[in-house]
Design a protein around this ligand. Structure first.
Ligand code: ATP
Ligand code: MG
Length: 323
């Protein structure tokens, strides 16, 4: 059931949008204004817009939101770099994307140039205080919004275990965002552990994307996460979850090892590995310290070309262009 919101300050910010909606002008124009508007509104107003004037209210032929989680218990394998730049690549293609930073390290938050702020994360909503919609924050990038993270989220790892339905908390919290159809894609960036937060992301997701670094023992640990996917499915905790794909990261052209690792993954999971391989390039590692995606930092870099190509592959594989 849709929550009714009493008129507040934020409603005034959303009023021009309501006027557009009710003027019933050209649908395409209304739709594009809806998204331009939502990118510039304050978070409180975003809540009003998403709940009271969802795209369906403006005759939007909505497609369901597809939720991807980028998880791997191994640290430093390129999860965040992939979450941020894949999200940016989709946004570049005008696919409305919400990046959810579920890692208390908040690397994805700073990588898109948003400052960490106490109380601005899913920590509150996960413990039943406030909503995820209120946490949505615009970024400097068109079509790309963020639910940021901050240190408090670390406490959720422990506290979630003590709550009822502890595996489904994130799914519950993200349902209003999903149901609003305001975003075609949600991408969740996970911490480097298969703890409560990552497990919750697997329950909230349609597809798991795994970032694998092209290095010795890359496949180690893959079995563990895939077994978790199977367990969640067989226990009917998340029937729709599938392994969506494997992104090979930090490919080093100068070494045979990188090539061997890619070949090994191809042998084991030929249908799952993405054709696009992300090269190791120093510009990809520099971009986050400037709070920029690779497309804003160095659009001509091979890393940018690779993430753009990965974006195309993801759009094709999951039929995201139909929106
Ligand atoms: P964590 O497990 O700590 O969350 P992660 O899996 O999210 O790490 P990243 O933070 O994306 O991994 O990457 C780890 C480090 O490697 C970062 O310093 C990042 O800038 C760098 N890095 C990621 N991808 C590349 C790449 N293709 N080329 C060069 N450096 C990269
Ligand atoms: Mg990370």
């Amino acid at each position: 059931m849709r929550e009714k919101i009493r008129p507040r300050k934020c409603d005034r910010a959303a009023a021009p949008l309501a006027a557009i909606v009710h003027r019933n002008s050209q649908i395409a124009e209304v739709q594009s204004r809806w998204h331009r508007c939502i990118a510039t509104l304050a978070p409180a107003a975003i809540r009003t817009v998403l709940i009271d004037y969802p795209p369906s209210a403006i005759g939007y032929r909505t497609m369901p939101t597809t939720v991807f989680t980028i998880a791997n218990q191994k640290g430093g394998v390129g999860k965040t770099t992939t979450a941020v730049n894949l999200a940016a690549a989709l946004a570049e293609k005008k696919i409305h994307t919400l990046l959810v930073d579920l890692d208390p390290q908040a690397n994805a938050t700073s990588a898109v140039g948003v400052e960490k702020q106490a109380g601005k994360s899913l920590y509150g909503p996960l413990r039943g205080e406030g909503s995820a919609v209120e946490m949505i924050t615009p970024t400097a990038y068109e079509h790309l919004a963020l639910i940021p993270s901050e240190e408090d989220l670390a406490a959720a790892e422990i506290e979630l275990a003590q709550t009822e339905n502890y595996l489904a908390r994130l799914n519950t919290v993200l349902t209003p965002v999903r149901d609003s159809n305001g975003y075609r894609v949600i991408i969740i960036d996970c911490p480097p552990a298969l703890g409560m937060l990552s497990m919750n992301s697997l329950v909230a997701a349609d597809f798991l994307l795994i970032a694998l670094q092209c290095e010795y023992l890359a496949l180690e640990g893959l079995g563990q996460i895939l077994r978790n996917v199977e367990r969640l499915k067989s226990a009917h905790i998340n029937d729709r979850l599938e392994l969506g794909g494997i992104v090979m990261t930090m490919f080093d052209l100068r070494t045979n090892l990188s090539r061997q690792v890619v070949d090994e993954v191809k042998q084991h999971l030929p249908d799952k590995i993405f054709k696009t391989v992300i090269p190791r390039t120093v510009r990809l590692s520099e971009a986050p310290s400037f709070g920029k995606t690779i497309f804003a930092y160095d659009p001509a870099n091979p890393g940018a070309a690779a993430y753009r190509q990965l974006g195309k592959e993801v759009i094709e594989r999951f039929g995201l262009a139909k929106s």
